[in-house]
Design a protein around this ligand. Sequence first.
Ligand code: ACO
Ligand code: KIV
Length: 440
Amino acid sequence: MNPQRPSGMPYQKYLPAHERVEIPLTDRTWPARRLTQAPLWVSEDLRDGNQALAEPMDVPRKRRMFDLLVGMGFKEIVIGFPAASRTDFGFVRHLAAGGAVPEDVTVSVLTAARADLIEQTFAAVEGLPRVIVHLYTPTAPVWREVVLGRERAEVHAMIRQVAARMARLAGEGTRFEFSPEVFNLTEPDFALEVCNGLTELWDASPDRPVIHNLPATVEISSPNVYADQIEYMHRHLERRDAVVLSVHPHNDRGTGVACAELAMLAGAQRVEGCLFGNGERTGNVDLVTLALNLYSQGVDPMLDFSDIDAVRRTVEECIRLPVHPRHPYGGELVYTAFSGTHQDAIGKGLARAGEDSHWSVPYLPIDPSDVGRAYEAVIRVNSQSGKGGIAYLLREHYGLELPEERRADFARVVQAAADDSGLELTPEDLRKLYHATYQA
Ligand SMILES: CC(=O)SCCNC(=O)CCNC(=O)[C@H](O)C(C)(C)COP(=O)(O)OP(=O)(O)OC[C@H]1O[C@@H](n2cnc3c(N)ncnc32)[C@H](O)[C@@H]1OP(=O)(O)O
Ligand SMILES: CC(C)C(=O)C(=O)O
């Protein structure tokens, strides 16, 4: 029996996704697929991440972030919205001045569909040898009506006019990207019509492909619905080999990572997101989690997280926001167990870790040392802990083998001390307590 009662909250105000937009696909194939390689990762830290900050990054912080991204192995990096501010424009010019952009890295800039912004954007990227100019326009019905006050055909005409202007301004190393804003709320036939039109207008080819980026600008549904929307586009986009299908999930429902993963199953080749999920509102999809989720499946993430704490520190300094201690893979506490039965299992697993050809330590999805974490922090003791964890810490820190017959007794002593103080006991506290209990 379920004893729950109505909340009294006005849930009737909201429509489910399938009443807001047509979901076109029923014969989906993505559920049967597997992820076997990393997508092309695109960092949005310097644009979508930056526009979400109370204090946007200045040029030195942007440069630090840029160098971090290059060092980690990103090959496409969004460097800003140059028409937004003097700082954004200045940073693009700073990079164009030379030296910082390696030959295998392509930078990208975002612009809205306005002639003045387009002119400023192209002025900013002058001299950059490889650049993606990314155009976005509202295409979803509410955005068309509320933001632009235009009908579908008028919006389409506006997009084509601006895209033609971009084609005229583009230099040799310029490529194009388009985002129908709030793709996941846009009528599927309209998204397709606009994207296919731009593929043709920009004369995309396999050696100069267009990027069609299909953002879940605001999440509206469970991730399977987004995957259906992506597979529909994947199957119907024209000149498919001249199109890079990109996704750009946000995290309003807390399912940005799941959306990106299912979208990759559904045909997405490229993923835009931010480190540790920074970005507008609840953030852009978190590239750390996505990449290390692949790693935990035996897939090379193609990004270097071997010192994840250094990555986290740099991000925290650049964006001036903390990463949550429980953030997947990078949070301070994510390889730590306080609870007794988990500690017992981890301790036993670590003791035989060398014997297996693959990682199989209970409760640790990856080996903390792979991301630069020490084993010392894995087990910590408080009132939730048991004899296994206590014995582990005394052994690891002091080479002190807790005799079998004392384990249960000493665990009771430790528990009483932790209960009395309500605090964690350090290895040094445990050692002192041990000596006080058995050697006094
Ligand atoms: C989902 C995303 O993340 S999209 C990226 C969002 N990022 C940003 O907005 C950061 C940078 N933006 C800015 O610096 C400024 O907004 C600017 C420079 C682009 C424009 O500034 P302003 O001219 O002051 O206009 P404002 O910021 O109010 O923008 C709203 C106007 O742009 C229009 N607009 C909104 N999106 C678009 C678009 N993609 N293409 C064309 N016009 C657009 C709106 O209809 C509105 O026009 P109106 O004034 O005729 O009603
Ligand atoms: C400009 C686009 C890609 C965007 O940021 C979004 O829709 O979230």
